[in-house]
Design a protein around this ligand. Structure first.
Ligand code: SF4
Length: 351
């Protein structure tokens, strides 16, 4: 069974070719690796906070993938986050943290489930009567358009729906955004640029040694605690049944088109400034780089699992598996793999 995550849905909706690179060829730019490791370590620290473990020790377990300064920055950010919001953050401790889910993808029009895709994801935390999502960003937290976009973000709706499907009472969604530190550790002044006073002591702006990771931790922690609103923001982003219904149709429609692209082997491009200028696959998509599908192009890695953000999926979270399969529709698509997407789209179920 293939997994339809929010990332896969979003990539396919943005540009089919980019979904082909990411999920069919399983390619990722090497440069994405650090951001992914940062995100995984941050979420791991947050998970420890939720479960009562030592978050700093948990973050330190990622030292094989991140350098000592990154680890210190993650630890400082997490420690400050915990101190800023306190332990009783939402009227009660999290019930579960880092909850992986796999749920049937169901055609909302027929109640039949896909035999190709299931819906998968990972919820940051399930709280009493709510869920929490946590994101890190390099941008300002004052961007009003960012918060307005969240009001219609399908990922939030997906996790809201999934938590309810898993049997939890969810009335709202807390959305925490954490700004990644833009400060850097102080490095020693280049030897040729060091200037000394007559008594041999260095001028104030000269460093003879790098700041240590411990010093960096202390300086960053102090900066975050001095101006927490620069680093942390939390808002409620409620969802309704209408959001959920729209999402279910969207997931079904995207999955149906996705399956059609797989069967036809056709993944058309969506070329524009708004897509290509932000695309990780630009360097191999434009055709000027010598590269053949099946090879791993320079600067990329080929992943074994195209959903590394999910980690090991908790099979016990799967629920609602009793919906009948949409066998007829799926068989019809597979028997007519060159059928035009428009004609497939006329039927209610084909994913
Ligand atoms: S470079 Fe443009 S056309 Fe190519 S995969 Fe990326 S978004 Fe799509």
């Amino acid at each position: 069974m293939q997994r339809m995550t929010n990332s896969r849905r979003s990539k396919f909706a943005t540009c089919r070719k980019s979904a082909w690179f990411a999920y069919e060829l399983r390619l990722r730019p090497v440069s994405d690796g650090k951001a992914l490791c940062w995100g995984l370590a941050f979420h791991d620290g947050n998970d420890a906070l939720s479960t009562g473990d030592d978050p700093l020790a948990r973050i330190a377990t990622h030292a094989d993938k991140l350098n000592a300064y990154d680890i210190a920055a993650l630890q400082a950010t997490t420690a400050a986050y915990a101190q800023h919001y306190g332990t009783d953050q939402y009227g009660g401790d999290p019930i579960r943290s880092e909850v992986s889910f796999r749920l049937p993808l169901v055609n909302p029009a027929t109640g039949h489930k896909s035999k190709t895709f299931e819906v998968a994801g990972k919820i940051d935390a399930i709280l009493p009567n709510a869920i929490r999502e946590t994101k890190t960003t390099g941008s300002s937290l004052d961007d009003d358009r960012y918060w307005r976009r969240l009001l219609m973000d399908p990922q939030i709706t997906l996790y809201y729906w999934a938590a309810r499907e898993l049997g939890y009472t969810v009335e709202t969604v807390y959305y925490d955004v954490i700004r990644k530190p833009s400060m850097n550790p102080h490095l020693a002044t280049h030897v040729e640029k060091r200037k000394y006073k007559k008594d041999g002591t260095p001028y104030a702006n000269v460093r003879e040694t790098d700041e240590t990771p411990d010093e960096w931790y202390e300086r960053l922690f102090a900066d975050i605690m001095k101006r927490p609103d620069f680093y942390f923001a939390r808002r409620k982003t409620p969802r309704t049944g209408q959001h959920v219904e729209e999402l279910q149709y969207e997931l079904w429609d995207v999955a149906k088109d996705y399956r059609q692209a797989q069967l036809n082997g056709r993944w058309y491009r969506n070329v524009s400034r708004m897509t290509c200028d932000y695309c990780s696959f630009f360097s191999i998509c434009h055709g000027l780089t010598a590269w053949e599908p099946g090879e791993t192009p320079e600067g990329f890695v080929c992943l074994e699992d195209p959903h590394p953000e999910l980690g090991a999926t908790d099979a016990s979270s799967t629920t609602n598996s009793t919906a009948p399969e949409d066998t007829d529709a799926a068989a019809a698509v597979e028997a007519n793999s060159d059928q035009r997407p428009e004609s497939i789209g006329e039927r209610a179920g084909a994913a």
